[in-house]
Design a protein around this ligand. Structure first.
Ligand SMILES: [Zn+2]
Length: 189
């Protein structure tokens, strides 16, 4: 019976994550005091990300593995996404209209210069999740962006970056969720 209850709970968790801003039970692992009652689901639409669709998905998965309080999920057909991802010929950049809301551009200039595509995607999602640039910085920092070096392929946020996102979608979420941002981050080396 206990096993059935656990399975039912897991089904509920995955069902909950398919809807925009649906709430799923929080999983263990977030720092004490930063554990939200439920993970916030931020949906993204990668249908305009062209050749970067797979890297965008992997960049989202990096965040899903790294934090507990928010999860990035592909938007369901017919639903309006919180985040739109677009491939274009400019610099990678993020226009953030609110916490977990905005537009990401997978700019081909940086890709053509050799910067890692998954790191770019994860970095731009970092802006969407409320992080600023931390430049210059080492490759171990996701938000150091291009200053981590063209050879840097690390797509993972460091402990400080993870903690900040956990706070944004944990203890600070009620204060931040309805705020309108007007932030533009252009990731030009
Ligand atoms: Zn940036």
């Amino acid at each position: 019976m206990a096993l059935l209850a656990v399975l039912a709970g897991l089904c509920a968790l995955f069902a909950g994550q398919t809807t925009a801003h649906a709430h799923a039970p929080a999983t263990a692992g977030a720092p004490e005091g930063e554990r939200a009652r439920a993970a916030v689901v931020v949906t993204y639409d990668a249908s305009r990300s062209a050749e970067f669709a797979d890297e965008v998905r992997q960049g989202a998965e990096v965040w899903n593995e790294s934090v507990q309080n928010v999860q990035l999920q592909p938007v369901s057909a017919g639903q309006r996404a919180d985040v739109t991802v677009i491939a274009d010929n400019g610099w990678p950049r993020a226009i953030v209209s609110g916490l977990g809301r905005g537009t990401v551009y997978m700019g081909r200039i940086a890709v053509n210069q050799g910067y890692d595509e998954i790191r770019i995607a994860a970095h731009e999602f970092g802006h969407i999740l409320g992080l600023p640039d931390r430049k210059p910085g080492p490759c171990s920092s996701l938000m150091s962006g291009s200053t981590g070096g063209v050879s840097c392929t690390n797509p993972y946020p460091n402990a400080q970056e993870r903690a900040e996102v956990e706070r944004n979608f944990g203890s600070q979420y009620e204060a931040l969720r309805h705020q309108r941002f007007d932030r533009v981050f252009v990731d030009r080396p």
